[in-house]
Design a protein around this ligand. Structure first.
Ligand code: GAR
Length: 202
């Protein structure tokens, strides 16, 4: 399965995927990593792993539509069969999602549908939940509303701050994202409307 990735920043989730791929436990081919941030550490990580990279910087486009058109064209050239969002911080437009003829997945640092959007960990702390976590989901036209593939919970402690909670969540992100991509690559994920079924043992 040819995987394209979009990432805006640190790229630790991308690194978790690359690590498993290099260990031979992720049956995919990384077709390319794109970013809207020229300074994204994700681009450095991808280059180091020999994956083609390309930057799509806001300032080089008249509008978001033009930027997304270039991204779509590149992914088409690469023959992308799955788009993985790994900390991509710009919401894809409904038109992008309709035009992409491959599934798009995202990882979000909360147990959706709680705390969608930005600063999910801060939202969770301010709300006072005792359990949070992360969610891998298909991307639809809403904000973090697509069908859920995998979730993993972590506890929230009284003494937590955004950094400690984010770190605890990130650790499990690095486990469930590769697992979700593996299941997708092996054809073990079936989606019917909102309902996702995982066939781990067939
Ligand atoms: C991760 O925590 C990811 O869940 C989050 O950004 C971080 C990226 O870290 N994504 C979102 O909040 C998307 N709405 P990384 O660049 O080290 O993978």
């Amino acid at each position: 399965m040819k995987v394209a990735v979009l990432a805006s920043g640190r790229g630790s989730n991308l690194q978790a995927l690359i690590d498993e791929w290099q260990e031979g436990s992720l049956p995919v081919e990384f077709a390319g990593v794109g970013s809207d941030n020229i300074n994204a550490q994700a681009l450095v990580r991808a280059e180091k792993a020999g994956i083609p990279v390309r930057a799509f910087l806001r300032e080089n486009y008249s509008d978001k539509e033009a930027q997304e058109k270039d991204i779509l064209n590149w992914f088409e050239e690469l023959g992308a069969e799955l788009l993985v969002l790994a900390g991509y911080m710009r919401v894809l437009s409904p038109s992008f999602i309709r035009q992409a003829d491959y599934p798009i997945v995202n990882i979000h640092p909360s147990l959706l549908p709680s705390f969608p959007g930005l600063h999910a960990q801060k939202q969770a702390l301010e709300y006072g939940v005792r359990v949070s976590g992360c969610t891998v989901h298909f991307v639809d036209e809403g904000m973090d509303t697509g069908p859920i593939i995998l979730q993993q919970a972590v506890p929230v402690f009284d003494e937590d701050n955004v950094d400690t909670l984010s770190e605890r969540i990130l650790k499990v992100e690095h486990e469930i994202y590769p697992e979700a991509i593996r299941l997708l690559a092996l054809g073990k994920v079936k989606r019917q409307g909102r309902k996702v079924t995982i066939y781990r043992h067939s």
